[in-house]
Design a protein around this ligand. Structure first.
Ligand code: BGC
Length: 369
């Protein structure tokens, strides 16, 4: 080897070393061990953790939609390992640990409790596993987030309730049934609803519903009915459809035949059917397909160490982590008037699914077929 060649070789080697040292240095600084978690091609193992299974959306929509997206993005080579925490934050923490032991390449987590999950997020991160926060903004060092504009969800619910109340808004009392305090979304829904309703209605009773459970909403509604009087309640703000179901059961059990307007969220099949039947005034339609798509795209990109900024065009701050690359999807108010142009148009449900025998007459009146 002549001198010039040797010099070049040394320079290249030194250059390569400088690069790897720099990589080493930054890995150390950020505590990021992602180099130990290298994905080859599309054989990506994605851990999917969902918070509960009483609300229909998770296993009917979120899970299958994410699985389908992952299959499409990886030519069928990606694998989704799934666990549902059934509302238990401790269970969810151990599910993360199991996923770490199983060496998933990336995690998608919808947290039961956004604060309680922070330690597990950190453990995943320390093991070189990036985390996408799904729907609820988990605390800890997450890499990406996708959800809806959750304060807007609350505003949409509040506006619809005001519209349904019309002149009655000032005359009577309303009851507010918010979601679980462990869910940061519940706080945003509540905030959004209050920003629209405050000063325009009288809130007789307000509850934060433990674990978002329909049966807890039912018990709270029964208590509100006996405390306030069934004829004084002109409307009920319910943060989601599951709870709206429990609330409507309580209203009927109290002997009401004409029900006050009740709000909801999720466009659950049972909720849409109650809207058709005139028992529930509205729901919020949140298209789960784009949310699932964003989560899957970001998860696959993170596993492959690719940039996610092409997908994640906004930034969100959590109480622990600033400027998280995020995708926020717009929502739509769903009433009798737009069932066809929302859930039916988007193939969430067919008219046949909604219009079972019990709802056939009401469907015919609405022109649903
Ligand atoms: C979700 C809602 C859901 C609720 C109860 C919220 O975080 O955004 O869609 O109804 O949790 O699971």
């Amino acid at each position: 080897m002549n001198t010039r060649m040797r010099r070049t070789a040394v320079a290249v080697a030194a250059g390569a070393m400088a690069v790897s040292l720099a990589a080493c240095g930054s890995a150390k600084e950020s505590g990021d061990k992602s180099d130990t978690n290298v994905v080859k091609g599309n054989a990506i193992k994605i851990g999917l953790l969902l918070p509960e299974n009483q609300t229909a959306r998770y296993e009917k929509f979120d899970k299958p939609l994410i699985e389908k997206q992952v299959a499409d993005l990886t030519g069928g080579k990606g694998e989704v390992v799934y666990a549902n925490a059934k509302q238990d934050a401790t269970t969810q923490n151990s599910q993360v640990d199991t996923m770490i032991t199983n060496k998933v390449n990336v995690l998608i987590i919808d947290a039961v409790d956004s604060k309680a999950i922070a330690g597990a997020v950190k453990r995943a991160k320390d093991a070189g596993i990036p985390v996408v926060a799904y729907d609820r903004l988990a605390e800890g060092p997450i890499d990406a987030y996708t959800s809806f504009d959750n304060e807007e969800v609350g505003k949409v619910q509040g506006k619809a309730l005001l519209e349904a109340l019309g002149d009655k808004a000032k005359d009577g009392q309303i009851v507010m049934m918010n979601g679980s305090v462990t869910d940061p979304n519940a706080k945003l829904f509540k905030q959004g609803a209050h920003s629209v309703l405050d000063g325009k209605v009288n809130v007789a009773k307000e509850y934060d519903t433990v674990e978002w459970k329909p049966e807890n909403a039912n018990t709270n509604m029964a208590a509100a009915l006996s405390a306030v009087g069934k004829d004084k309640i002109v409307g009920v703000y319910s943060a989601n459809d599951g709870m709206a179901g429990g609330i409507i059961t309580a209203l009927k059990a109290a002997g009401l035949t004409t029900l006050p307007p009740v709000t909801g969220q999720d466009a659950e099949l049972a909720g849409v059917q109650r809207i058709v039947a005139g028992e529930q005034f509205m729901s919020v339609y949140k298209p789960y397909a784009p949310e699932a798509e964003a989560a899957a795209k970001m998860a696959v990109a993170l596993a492959k160490k690719e940039r996610i900024e092409v997908v994640a065009t906004s930034k969100v701050d959590s109480p622990t982590t600033k400027a998280v690359p995020s995708v926020l999807i717009p929502v739509v108010s769903l009433t009798k008037a737009n069932i066809k142009d929302t859930v039916i148009r988007d193939n969430v449900y067919s008219a046949d699914e909604i219009c079972t025998d019990k709802y056939a007459a009401a469907c015919a009146t609405l022109g649903l077929k």
